[in-house]
Design a protein around this ligand. Structure first.
Ligand code: NAD
Length: 295
């Protein structure tokens, strides 16, 4: 079994972006700029946004964090998004999900200028992805492709089972793995909560991507010898041995599954850092596209 070291690979890719950004700044360009909107005080969201902002700083990017109260009206949030759309100094916009129940995530995501949609959630980005046209890929599946590429793992010809069909992870992951492009050409089975006999499907898989949101869901008896397992899940469970009283685990029961795998991602330090990497690559790309835009 070998570990797919998301933290290490992410740092290597980020270092490349850091060097490229330093070069751009030396040539007198303005820095790539990511603007994040955080609504409410969900602790996990605060951690994710904080980490994205810190990464921007470490790369020499500019960043703006706009914090809005949990009871902000949808219209006010829309105004904030429109303001960032119109701000020529902002290259990328991300609205941290989930949003409070009274706000429609779809309405907010639709309002983001697709040219600044560095999370890759806008219908224009997702449509282009489906057609294999150049676009911003959703950061988590993009990060997973970068990780596989780094280790020279080609999914071509593999049977990939994706567990979970969210718009941000499972569904785009299934599209990217199946399309006729680099890091694609797998035969993909997209599974979800209504799938019958998930275990039988997983046992046929060369590659499993677990994005369910249930701690240690994928067990050893669901994975065949030599499979590649990508664990997207981030779940906090109680742990009395930790000072914090809790720890993070993935959607994969790592201890029992890992010995059977050829490759596996850990949690933490697996897909999480690669997601940030995907986001930063998209932000740099948005900056480049903004520079080449005719006046
Ligand atoms: P989601 O809650 O939107 O969707 C979960 C999916 O799992 C649904 O499609 C559902 O049909 C499926 N599912 C639920 N129970 C199932 C079952 N018993 N069998 C098969 N499928 C089942 O999830 P999401 O937003 O894609 O997130 C999934 C997990 O990934 C969460 O733990 C989340 O925190 C994590 N996540 C991590 C990153 C990262 O950067 N590492 C990014 C995004 C999400």
């Amino acid at each position: 079994m070998q570990i797919l070291d998301g933290a290490g690979v992410s740092e290597q890719i980020l270092q490349g972006i850091r060097v490229e950004t330093a070069g751009l700044l030396q040539q007198g360009n303005r820095a790539p700029h990511l603007a994040a909107i955080l609504v409410g005080d969900n602790p996990a969201s605060q951690v994710y946004v904080g980490s994205k902002v810190r990464t921007c700083e470490s790369l020499g990017f500019s960043s703006t964090l706009l914090r809005l109260p949990a009871d902000v009206p949808e219209e006010k949030l829309l105004e904030a998004v429109r303001g960032l759309n119109e701000d020529a100094r902002v290259d990328g916009i991300l609205v941290q999900l989930p949003l409070p129940k009274h706000i429609s995530e779809a309405v907010i995501i639709h309002a983001i200028d697709p040219r600044k949609d560095v999370d890759g959630f806008h219908p224009v980005s997702q449509g282009k992805m489906l057609l294999s046209e150049p676009t911003f890929l959703p950061a988590t599946p993009y990060g997973i492709l970068l990780l596989l590429q780094h280790y020279g793992i080609s999914p071509a010809g593999m049977h990939a089972v994706v567990i979970g069909r969210s718009h941000i992870v499972g569904t785009p992951m299934s599209v990217l793995l199946s399309r006729n492009a680099a890091s694609g050409n797998a035969t993909v089975t997209l599974t979800h909560s209504r799938t019958k006999d998930l275990k039988a499907l997983c046992l046929q898989a060369d590659l499993i991507v677990a994005a369910i949101g249930q701690p240690r869901f994928l067990k050893e008896d669901m994975v065949r010898e030599g499979a590649i397992v990508i664990d997207v899940g981030i779940n906090r469970i109680p742990d009395a041995t930790r000072k914090s009283g809790s720890r993070l685990v993935g959607d994969v029961d790592f201890d029992s599954v890992a010995p059977k795998c050829s490759w596996i991602t850990p949690v933490p330090k697996g897909v999480g850092p690669m997601t940030i990497c995907g986001l930063m690559k998209n932000t740099l790309q948005a900056w480049k596209q903004a520079q080449s835009k005719p006046e």
